[in-house]
Design a protein around this ligand. Structure first.
Ligand SMILES: C[S@@+](CC[C@H](N)C(=O)[O-])C[C@H]1O[C@@H](n2cnc3c(N)ncnc32)[C@H](O)[C@@H]1O
Length: 291
């Protein structure tokens, strides 16, 4: 189905939730990142799968997804008094894990109302206690954040940068809203470098998961066909690291997890009271540092 025929059908939230086709097989012949209406499609897709998103994450990561998020939180080095922003927060799993680390505030931003509804429900079921703040959720666009320059000590984005229409614009925004000494953590899927593991993971991600995840979600949007295509055609590790250093981040490191299926990138804003890194550069994780 041609994009123009799809998107007008998705004008209202009710229709977005009814899981119309967003990514047809033809749409995914080329890289989904090149679609001129990628943002509208991504929003419609997440609106369609919001209700089963967490369940599919647990099932299809074989229970690893929350461990990846906890590792991202540990890398961010959240301290008491920190102000933390979780961009593309979705249903709030990383936002909740950040809150559990005990910063002063945690704000989650996302542009899909249906995902934010679930995040807010989670937060209302877990009121802040023992120095743990209750996350505040706001609708917003990663490429045009509505926060002043230097508002946060930590910015995170998990499985979101790949879905943003223009990742470079979002990274520039992360740099802008971080204070000197601030930390950025990007958690994103990758493909294992080992050929055998890469083949096995390709079989699972390209052939098995799209069928089983679509069945669990009763999905017709094509979200789980888009997922492996969007990973395979996204920036590779070197390109993403280059994007971060090019945006003015320093001391960028790659931290791979579960054989390289997920990678957490840690980047620093130079300066700050903690004497953060002063020179640009990228550091690749040593084999012994793998999860
Ligand atoms: C795969 S989900 C990740 C959700 C969550 N971070 C997690 O760890 O499960 C990607 C999210 O990115 C959001 N998103 C994509 N592009 C966005 C943008 N430009 N601004 C804000 N949110 C965006 C989608 O609405 C979706 O909720």
């Amino acid at each position: 189905m041609a994009p123009r025929a799809i998107i007008p059908q998705l004008k209202t939230r009710e229709r977005q939730s009814s899981s119309n086709v967003v990514w047809s097989a033809t749409d995914l012949t080329d890289s989904p990142h090149a679609a001129p209406d990628k943002a509208e499609r991504v929003r419609a897709m997440f609106a369609g799968i919001a209700g089963t998103y967490d369940l599919n994450n647990r099932l299809h990561s074989l229970g690893r997804d929350q461990a990846w998020r906890r590792r991202a939180v540990a890398l961010a080095g959240v301290r008491p008094g920190d102000e933390v922003l979780d961009v593309a927060c979705g249903t709030g799993d990383l936002t909740e894990a950040l809150a559990a680390a005990g910063p002063a505030t945690v704000t989650g931003v996302d542009f899909t109302a249906e995902m934010l509804d679930i995040a807010r429900e989670k937060a209302s079921g877990r009121p802040g206690r023992d120095g743990r703040p209750t996350p505040e959720y706001r609708a917003g666009d990663a490429m045009a954040l509505t926060f002043d320059d230097g508002s946060f000590d930590v910015v995170t984005i998990a499985f979101g940068i790949r879905n943003v229409a223009e990742p470079a614009r979002a990274v520039a925004e992360f740099r802008r809203v971080l204070r000197p000494g601030g930390r950025l953590v990007i958690l994103e899927f990758s493909r294992p470098r080992n050929r055998l593991l890469r083949g096995l993971s390709g079989l699972y991600c390209d052939r098995i998961m799209p069928v089983t995840a679509s069945w669990v979600a009763r999905d017709r949007t094509g979200a789980y066909r888009y997922l492996p295509k969007s990973v395979a055609s996204f920036l590779d590790r070197e390109e993403l690291t280059g994007l971060l250093t090019g945006a003015g981040f320093a001391d960028v490191s790659e931290n791979q997890m579960t054989f390289g299926i997920a990678v957490a990138y840690l980047a620093h804003v130079p300066g700050g009271a903690s004497g953060g890194p002063s020179e640009s550069g990228a550091r690749i994780q040593r084999p012994g540092e793998l999860e």
